[in-house]
Every structure is written in C-alpha cells, then in structure tokens.
Design a protein around this ligand. Structure first.
Ligand code: GLA
Length: 373
C-alpha cells in the first residue's frame, strides 16, 4: 500500500516533560515540550462502516466496526484507536469509515508519551475524515478520556495536551487546573537537552501510577478537613507541615513531593526565562531526588542513570521524565561536553545495571501537524 494513496498525513508529537512530574493530576503547573519523535497517520475515506487499521511495522490488520466501537478494549495496539473513535463519537462527533496507515517513532514504554501521540493523531485523522478541522485542546481532552476510560490509565492532561498543542522551540508552562498555557522559548544557550532511555522494561506501570494518584487523592481529602483548597497544588509547604499529623508517613511524603515540585516548576520557568541554566539544572536534579525518595517512582536503573549524568562535569542537572518506573531521563549538558558525557554515562550505566541506554536526537517540535497528500 502506497502512502501516496491517502488523503491526509496527520502527525502528533511525543513529549519530554522538563519539570513538574506527577503534578498534572494534582492541579499544578507542568513544563513539557513536544518532540520531533511522533505518531503519524495516513488516512483516506473507505466508503464503509468500518475503520481499517494497518501498521508500517506490524503485520496486524484490524477492522473496527463503527457501530460497536465500545467493544475493543481487549486489543493490544488497536485499543487506542478504538477508544479514541469511541470517545470522539461519544463527544458528539461523526465518525466516517476510513483506512489508516499507522507509524510511530516515539519509542514505546519510554516515558515519552507514545500513547498520547497515537491517540491525538488518531482523533485528528478521524475528525478530518468527517470534514471537521479539529480543535487541538478538544482533541487533547478526548484523547485523555480515551486513555482513562478505555485504556485504563487514570492519567492527567499533560501528555495529550503537549502532543496536541506543542510549539517548535518552546516549552509549555501548562496550568493543569485551568488549562491556561504560556509558551516559554527554550533558550538553553551553551547547553543541550539530552534524552536517554534507560531501556529498563516497564512493569506494572499502570497499576503503580494509579496507586500514586490515589495516594495524592487521600492526602487532599485529609487536608481538606482543615484547609480550603481544591487541589494539592494549592497547598503551601507551611500548611503541609502544620497538618502533617493528619497523614500516614507515606501519604505525607507523596504530598510533600507535590507541594515542593510545584515550587520547583515556578523557579524553573523563571530560570528558563532568565537563561540561568545552572539554576535550571539544579532544579532538575532536585526533582529527581524527590521522585526517588518521596514519590518513589524511579527504581534502581533510573537512579543509576540520573546519578551517572549528574556526576559528569558538563552536566548541570538530570532527572527522570514521565511516569517513571523505567523510561527516560532528561539532562542539561554543556554542548561542547556532550560526546564525553554520553560516553561516560552510557558506560557507567551499563556497568552498574547491565542495560544499554539509548540517546535520542530529537528537536522540540509542533504538536499536531496536518498535511494534505
Ligand atoms: C504520565 C501521565 C501524565 C503525568 C505523568 C507524570 O505520563 O500520562 O498525565 O501524570 O505520567 O508527570
């Protein structure tokens, strides 16, 4: 099947979150960037009542019946497309029979949001087939519902928003409570952002993610018995300390991460605007330490990878990015030291863990891109 036989080529971005981890579902601000690693859908109408899916790198061919879109939760890859079509339909949009050829350069299970990229590109393609020009924010919200209600991960809005609304060369300072988004130019001067994949196979990410989210909800419920707050991100450090007695140690430590990470995001946005990269890097490393010891979503491999990066003289700071439990780190590294940094970090990490990390060459790119073929 030739890609030129299709009507549109639609892509949506993977993302790297610079800082503000496990904050979106607590109503705080996060700072992701969309990446040139992306999910692409070539799409054309097929005149049937079905959506036919084919992949560039998988032998599978799947046909989804538009009248029964709610019934494909068991499918391994196609559940994302079925879920998106189903929830887009539930949101009141027409779904038209079409063929989709799917390609994804966002590595799976890497913490760079392959699923959000797949969802956002799929919904955008479906909207185009029905003659609609999709609104990126609505696409992001429906994609998030598909992830939660169909794929079963109780995620926040960060990934889908970044995938849909990203802008080349910019980070998004996204307020996850209001969805107000400020685009901050990523001017890292003499430094480069380096993304390394720990290649640690994920396990139980979904259930452990949902568990963390539940713990923050417990913390909020307890604090609300004394404080007038609508989300954990509104709680100050002083308020948290004063009300520590309400919580078990574990719940307190989860809340402490959230409260302090929100403050780091504020400082990181300021540092990025002022171009103080040493301060930005310090905040990245502090974020990792908190995700490791308070939020407990790193694990031996991510801790080893971040520690190796932080130990290199050219590195201003390094942290895990995404949900954790495996996946990637992001590091801020002096451009003229990047080669030496990679050699040092990759060999030390292999020695310590037995895994080979991979470095991605990615630009900060636009979110949804639509081309007529
Ligand atoms: C995953 C979720 C996001 C966010 C991050 C952690 O990527 O999909 O909503 O919660 O984890 O910051």
């Amino acid at each position: 099947m030739n890609r030129n036989d299709y009507e549109y080529r639609v892509s949506a971005a993977g993302r790297v979150n610079l800082i503000g981890e496990h904050i979106d579902y607590c109503g705080g601000k996060v700072m992701p960037c969309a990446l040139s690693l992306k999910s692409t859908v070539c799409v054309r109408p097929n005149g049937t009542n079905t959506i036919r899916l084919a992949w560039t790198d998988l032998p599978d061919k799947i046909t989804l019946d538009i009248a029964h879109l709610g019934e494909y939760r068991h499918l391994r890859h196609a559940k994302y497309h079925a879920g998106c079509a189903y929830l887009w339909q539930q949101a009141g949009h027409p779904i038209v029979g079409c063929d989709m050829l799917l390609d994804c350069t966002v590595p799976f299970g890497s913490g760079l949001s392959s699923s959000a990229a797949i969802e956002v590109s799929a919904i955008s393609a479906l909207a185009l087939m029905a003659g609609e020009h999709p609104d990126p924010v609505e696409v992001a919200l429906v994609a998030q519902r598909a992830e939660r209600e169909y794929a079963g991960v109780n995620c926040g809005i960060m990934d889908q928003y970044a995938s849909a609304c990203g802008r080349a060369g910019h980070a998004m300072l996204l307020d996850c409570k209001t969805l107000a988004c400020e685009y901050v130019p990523v001017n890292t001067g003499d430094y480069a952002l380096i993304i390394l994949n720990s290649n640690k196979p994920h396990n139980l990410v979904e259930s452990r993610y949902n568990e963390r989210r539940a713990e923050t909800e417990i913390a909020l419920g307890l604090l609300q018995s004394r404080l007038h707050v609508s989300c954990l991100a509104e709680v100050t450090s002083a308020e948290l300390e004063k009300n520590k007695d309400l919580m078990t140690d574990v719940v307190y430590r989860r809340a402490k991460h959230v409260v302090e990470e929100c403050e780091r995001v504020r400082l990181a946005a300021k540092a990025m605007k002022e171009g103080t990269m040493s301060e930005f890097g310090r905040l990245l490393s502090a974020s990792h330490a908190s995700l490791s010891s308070l939020y407990e979503v790193t694990g031996f491999e991510l801790d080893s990878l971040a520690a190796a990066a932080q130990a290199h003289p050219a590195c201003a700071g390094s942290r895990m990015t995404g949900a954790g439990f495996g996946g990637c780190t992001v590091s801020l590294v002096q451009k003229d030291g990047v080669t030496d940094f990679k050699n040092y970090v990759l060999s030390r990490y292999r020695r310590e863990t037995g895994y080979d990390a991979i470095c991605y060459e990615a630009e900060i790119a636009d979110g949804i891109v639509i081309e007529k073929i």
